[in-house]
Design a protein around this ligand. Structure first.
Ligand code: IMP
Length: 424
């Protein structure tokens, strides 16, 4: 059976957690394939908010298997905290949570290296979440990393010590003021490793293959957004993994010809957290309104998100790179009350009007060209049927569908599971 994908099409924080949770009842398995605790997937149901970082968003459904794939990087300390929260809510994850032996482990020194590297960069910093993501993927591609399967081996602590010592030398080399107590960090880390060991480790590519053969339905849950992809994002202001569709193949061992639907999620406007170019960014009252009404603060770091108009040049690019088959528009409710809405349909680039995303999209290179659309002023948050949506919102959606040539099948009008409108 084909594996469906669900991916963020912007700079992350599109609302993937909510939609995975909504879609979970249709799937037997939810699988994360890249990223790690830099992600913050928020789910709201029964009046309660839940934030997941590494654990797939299907975990609250009793009959669903949740797989952490080989492409994910796991911080045992953060993972343990997520498990503690699930314990508090009596979520029985022991049978339903599976971890790939090939997933890499974030060490305490990876986090410290992240901080040292960012501090040393000064003004040029990436704006990393400082969860150790970059250094861990560097050790993976440098063939020095420690994998989940390693912690089952007798001598893994020797490997750990050698790597941690090397990291300490690197931190010293940066020559920046980073305060830390490694002994304390390691005590917490090794305790969390024991918790991790109590979970089920699997050869996940084989598991996924057998599940496909047995006709199980699988949804691969992306993290971050396409514009943060290490290859196709706004490099170097990106994360360190492939957040796009191809990442699901390498991060789970799924063959390209067995990808089915590709759900692409986007907000009705655009946000970005951290540094890097953002052509449609707003520095005025409109941007402030989006941030305030949309509660645009990072689920992982609490940092305020930068806000701006929807950028169709970037969105078209993301649809193309991912092969999106269906679009899901989030946070339509946040735009209620704007008299006029702007949508960027092309860029002025070196004196020319272009509609593709060029190599450099910094402010000095591109100027967004906008189309204006009529806004709507209605409280959408209680709406449940497509027929209730205001005409101007339908026009907005139809305009986007025409521009992107892909159907928008779901419009989300609030954070709760129930605030999800399916369009036929
Ligand atoms: P890192 O992946 O933590 O190193 O962060 C690299 C860049 O990606 C920074 O600009 C972060 O703000 C951004 N980033 C990483 N993860 C997320 C996410 O889940 N949502 C939004 N931005 C993210």
């Amino acid at each position: 059976m084909a594996v469906d994908l669900l991916l963020g099409l912007q700079w992350g924080d599109e609302g993937k957690g909510k939609i995975v949770d909504v879609l979970t009842s249709k799937y037997d398995i939810i699988a994360r394939f890249q990223g790690g605790p830099n992600a913050g997937h928020t789910l709201v149901f029964n009046g309660r908010k839940h934030v997941l970082h590494t654990i797939p968003s299907g975990i609250f459904h009793d009959d669903t298997i949740n797989l952490v794939g080989n492409g994910v990087v796991i911080d045992p300390v953060i993972f343990k905290k997520e498990l503690d929260k699930l314990d508090e809510q009596d979520v029985d994850y022991k049978k339903s949570l599976l971890i790939s032996r090939k997933a890499h482990i974030i060490l305490p020194t990876h986090r410290l290296l992240d901080a040292a590297s960012e501090t040393a960069k000064g003004k040029a910093k990436i704006g990393s979440t400082l969860k150790g993501i970059g250094p861990t993927y560097m050790d993976k591609t440098g063939r020095n990393g420690i994998r989940v399967g390693d912690i089952e081996l007798a001598d893994w602590k020797t490997k750990y010590r050698a790597l941690a010592n090397k990291h300490q030398a690197m931190i010293d080399f940066y020559n920046v003021d980073i305060q830390y107590d490694l002994e304390e960090l390691e005590a917490e880390f090794f305790e969390a490793i024991e918790t991790l060991k109590s979970l089920q480790f699997i050869d996940s590519e084989e598991y996924v293959h057998q599940a496909q053969k047995a006709g199980k339905s699988i949804l691969a849950e992306g993290a971050q957004g396409s514009l943060l992809d290490i290859d196709f994002g706004t490099y170097p202001y990106v994360t360190s993994s492939n957040t796009t569709a191809a990442g699901a193949c390498t991060g789970l061992g799924v063959a390209p010809n067995s990808i089915g639907k590709v759900y692409g999620i986007f907000k009705a406007y655009t946000t970005r957290v951290g540094s890097g170019p953002f052509p449609t960014e707003l520095f005025d009252a409109d941007g402030e309104t989006m941030g305030r009404v949309g509660h645009e603060f990072g689920a992982t770091t609490g940092r305020p998100r930068r806000c701006g108009w929807l950028d169709l040049v970037a969105l078209r690019y993301a649809c193309q790179v991912n092969g999106v088959t269906e679009l899901i528009m989030m946070k339509g409710d946040v735009l209620s009350g704007f008299k006029t809405l702007k949508v960027c349909t092309s860029y002025k680039y070196k004196g020319e009007d272009i509609s593709h995303l060029p190599y450099n999209i910094e402010e000095q290179n591109v100027t967004p060209v906008y189309t204006e659309l009529k806004g709507w002023d209605a409280d959408l948050t209680g709406m449940t049927e497509a027929s209730q949506l205001p005409a101007a919102l339908n026009d907005y959606v139809t305009f986007l569908e025409d521009q992107l040539n892909i159907p928008i099948t779901v419009v989300s009008v609030g954070p709760d599971r129930k605030q999800t409108i399916v369009r036929s």
